[in-house]
Design a protein around this ligand. Sequence first.
Ligand code: PBG
Length: 332
Amino acid sequence: MHRPRRNRQSPAIRAMIRETTLAPADFILPMFLHEDPQDTPIDSMPGVTRWSLASLVREAGEAHALGIPAVVLFPKIEEALKTPQAGEACNDHGLVPRAIRALKAAHPSLCVITDVALDPYNSDGHDGIVQRDARGGLTILNDETVEVLCQQAVCHARAGADIVAPSDMMDGRVAAIREALDAEDFTAVAILSYTAKYASAFYGPFRGALDSAPKDGDKQTYQMDPANSREAVRETLLDEAEGADMLLVKPAGLYLDIISRVRETTTLPVAAYQVSGEYLMLKSAAAGGWLDERAIVLESLVAIKRAGASMILTYFAKQAALWLGGGTDRTS
Ligand code: PBG
């Protein structure tokens, strides 16, 4: 008789044969920031805060001390600075460039990743520049947007960003950003491309955190249809050919098949983003006392890693890093 249970009989054996392990080095912490000197708890994401510049630097330092190698920045831009062309996205003295400089000065070994997309800066709340026709219909302009994204990426590189992460899903942006960075001698700045970013309802709490929801229309003409998987392979091949250094799948937990497929398609490192709605679901189930927070969070993260992601963007990064310091017999 075959007895697979022999390999599960003790913590020691389970530890030896474990195929996937989690470590703080797997996590990237997404951080929200604003111009305000006060920190603001985010209603739509219990336990997550929008930081002032000073608090951002302190918090990022704490995360880094726990072994988290990188943060990714998401700014809330004041309404008065938003325009249809999103010019503030390329302002060298804007909030994000100042945050990058402050972070790199305080924590030189922390990897600083920035979001390259126009939605926080654009009065229309879209990732690209919007054109309206006489009947009120809107088009998200691809090539015009890519030009601004290139300037935004170079602006972040100038401030000291280690990695730029285009999350906009415009066509051709990876090649264009690579060329723009190289032309300014930023050959060492890497591109983490959101390769398969789906038009997901699970981004709702994030848009609440930044007031960045589209004013009208939705993102289905640029973000991918949740029903599609082969299309992710196409995007993977294109981003790789265009010169991306790392690829990202988003959301993560409901898209494990996509993570696995992208993993098998490319030799590049694969990242996955456990998004705000995933965070909120786990957090609310735990807050209700219905599920064990530590167990479900670590299980959700190990599943994302098992599917093929070597980097996980998660709002649980700090908490999970603390738990993993505990070293008990778990799925991780
Ligand atoms: C937009 C962007 C979004 C997220 C990250 N970058 C929202 C969107 O595409 O509408 C969502 C992240 C999350 O939900 O945690 N460039």
